[in-house]
Design a protein. Structure first.
Lengths: 214, 214
DNA sequence: TAAGTTACGTAACGATGTTACGGCATAATG
DNA sequence: CATTATGCCGTAACATCGTTACGTAACTTA
């Protein structure tokens, strides 16, 4: 029923090449022929594995979210849920700014919800841990979900403005800490504790494996 | 020196058509031939007026920022600088969510700074009026500029997540008011006044001329 | 071993951005 | 007003894009 099974390694090389070409040369260089040449095959293989360039872009976006998840998982546990939330944001920013083309592609089309759910789930968990620890107000669950959305709003807006060069890259940590302070103070009852958490995260967090961030 | 001068009306129609096709049918439908047909001319005209599709996209982005500026100017004066800042943000959100394809295009490439300076200047002015009125901390000018950048971060992040359907459109006003409260409380000395300003803006602000927002 | 099924290289098709060429309308000049 | 020259823009071509028809080779299955 399945003679001459398709080689999964070719598919992996195609995605890998797609992400690399996109990152290094921009979206205009990501063509079917270029992709086939990079993977040492022909354009037909692109269609047997993906069905079309739309699905290639979809796969590239999935890959982008997967790499982001890897970086989020690699952040050390600071034993302070609010600091962990801030550290996750810092990792998010570092990942996005290290890969502007890939990051832009991740939000370029309308299929983000399907492939971004896992990333968002991580963020929801981080916020919930803040609520459970009494660091954020204990409100209705929908409102708590909203805080995760608002955190993502801040992260995404900051990466986008930074890679569009509307915000100087060297100011990003300052702005991120500043906005995090304002938001997380507002989410909880203890302004000083929130401020300490932000300072702790900005002091302790270090970008993990920047080479693999591409 | 300039026989058979180019008709500026044709250029205006090209930009108008480009913005409309982009808004109604998406970026894939914005082709040179389609554009020429819409404006009743041939593809050569596109090159005499713009030089290439890249410059067409640049002009479309300029048009997008120009329309945004029109909407920002149309917001009523609430005689409260912080409320005006919030109202400007609401207008920004309404404009972006009414024109998702145009908004996406505005931040898609690397030429945003050139054409977004005027929009950013407006935001800086609104923040400065808050500082001058004593509603925000009187800090060094660079920090005050940073508050404008942070406001833009919030606005842009929110529009982007909303048009990517990562944030339900009906939750946008709630999240915007919530984040504005947290940020602007943190920027000033009087939390109650900030809260009143946000409530005032969210109560008094109305979208202006939604038909022309396209 | 034989047959059947599937991957994938070759080469084509339509559509894209871009450009060479030529006609012709219009400004500049006497 | 006549002449000239300048440059807009319609036609048609070119390279390259995504996509697909077709054929061959390779692998599974019986």
């Amino acid at each position: 029923m399945s003679p001459k099974t398709a080689d999964p390694a070719v598919r992996a090389r195609l995605i890998e090449s797609a992400a690399r070409v996109l990152a290094e040369e921009g979206p205009n260089s990501l063509t079917a022929r270029r992709l086939a040449a990079e993977a040492g095959t022909s354009t037909t293989a692109v269609y047997t594995f993906f069905g079309g360039m739309d699905q290639v872009w979809h796969a590239v976006r999935r890959e982008g979210f997967a790499r982001l998840a890897t970086h989020l998982d690699a952040t050390p546990d600071l034993a302070d849920p609010v600091a962990n939330l801030v550290a996750g944001g810092a990792a998010y920013l570092a990942n996005g700014m290290a890969n502007p083309n890939l990051y832009r592609a991740m939000f370029d089309r309308h299929d983000v919800p399907d492939i971004g759910n896992d990333t968002f789930g991580r963020l929801v968990g981080a916020v919930r841990r803040c609520v459970d620890a009494g660091r954020f107000h204990r409100v209705e669950p929908l409102r708590s979900l909203g805080w995760a959305v608002q955190s993502w709003t801040m992260r995404h807006g900051m990466v986008s403005l930074a890679i569009a060069e509307l915000m100087p890259a060297e100011h990003v940590p300052l702005h991120f800490a500043d906005m995090s302070r304002c938001l997380f103070i507002g989410y909880g009852d203890d302004p000083e504790a929130a401020e300490r958490s932000v300072d702790l995260a900005m002091r302790e967090w270090r970008p993990v494996d920047p080479a693999g961030a591409s």
